[in-house]
Design a protein around this ligand. Structure first.
Ligand code: PEP
Ligand code: MN
Length: 322
């Protein structure tokens, strides 16, 4: 019929997804075939990311054995940007000591102003690798363009696509050609459908290891940097099998609002947190005002650990999965 058939073996039956159709497929010729138990028409514009397509949650394994999208809540923490060897190593030790499993920090930074710090680039990636070597933390860092993606894919354990890149379709397609886990942040004015369609681009190219990240959307109210859409966590879990990570740092823009919203996100069922923590936020080259002090982060980790337990989950720790 001109469609591509993608088998997805399950415990009791195998789902075969038909890719390539934009409308309703005439199923009369398929329904009579031997072995066909049921035909499900995916009603949503996004197909492969939908719960209709795949009911079981997607589990994304990291090289250290940690799994994102399972019972454990994964905490990714670190500074907004890699600034120096000293800064990133200290940050890595501090977030590890507090219980994080993934180190976050941008080497390539998408900044609103061309005069702001643009990141350390390739050297920043080398420093992240050094931090992983020393601490065993997994690395998440952003790729902004196709050239950068190649470099980032070599160093990172998770590739971050930022809010500004959610609609960079060549970049989404290129991520789909890889097998590395990819985290797609919600665009500042993206509807949930548009956001899920961005993730669909990556799955459609063949990479199933995709997670989403709610980081707040633009609103009329300037009290917070963005309007952190807590409900997106429940909405996404209903519509999609992909894991969802919450970023209360960009979601609020103020460090004192980060721990309460991190607690709320875990209570709401987030599969992970992405939190900015800096050894010395006053000296940060980007996002200092929303970066937690290490002591604040330690306290937040104890709190989210307690909340995770109440809902039958736990916060992953380095080595807990291996
Ligand atoms: C970041 O994580 O530092 C970042 C730039 O985030 P966002 O793309 O959500 O603005
Ligand atoms: Mn930031």
């Amino acid at each position: 019929m001109g469609y591509e058939a993608r088998p997805m073996p399950g415990r009791q039956r195998t789902t075969v997804g038909l890719v390539g159709n934009d409308g309703r497929v005439d199923s009369s010729t398929i329904s009579g075939l031997a072995g066909v138990a049921e035909i499900i028409h995916v009603s949503k514009p996004y197909k492969q990311v939908s719960r209709e397509w795949k009911a079981e949650p997607t589990r994304i394994p990291l090289p250290d054995g940690t799994v994102i999208g399972d019972r454990e809540v994964i905490v990714m923490a670190g500074p907004c940007s890699v600034e120096s060897e000293e800064q990133i190593l200290l940050a890595a030790r501090q977030v590890k000591a507090a219980g994080a499993t993934v180190l976050r920090a941008g080497a390539f930074k998408p900044r609103s102003s061309p005069y702001s710090f643009q990141g350390m680039g390739k050297r920043g990636l080398e420093l992240l690798e050094l931090a992983r070597q020393e601490t065993g933390l997994m690395i998440i860092t952003e790729a902004m363009d196709l050239e950068g993606l190649e470099l980032v894919a070599e160093s990172a354990d998770i590739i971050q696509l930022g809010a500004r890149s959610m609609q960079n379709y060549p970049l989404l397609k290129a991520c789909g050609k890889l097998r590395k886990p990819v985290m797609v942040k919600r665009g500042i004015a993206a509807t949930i459908t548009e956001w899920l369609l961005s993730a669909e681009y990556i799955l459609a190219e063949g990479n199933p290891n995709v997670m989403l990240c709610e980081r707040g959307i633009r609103s009329f109210d300037t009290t917070t940097r963005n309007l952190f859409d807590l409900s997106a966590i429940a909405v996404v879990h209903g519509l999609s099998h992909l894991p969802i990570i919450a970023d209360p740092s960009h979601g609020t823009g103020h460090r004192d609002m980060v721990p309460p919203m991190a607690r709320a996100a875990v209570a709401a069922g987030a599969d992970g947190l992405l939190v900015e923590v800096h050894p010395n936020p006053e000296r940060a080259m980007s996002d200092g005002g929303q970066s937690l002090y290490p002591e604040q982060f330690e306290k937040m980790m104890r709190e989210v650990g307690a909340i995770a337990e109440v809902i039958g989950r736990s916060v992953a720790t380095v080595g807990s999965a291996v």
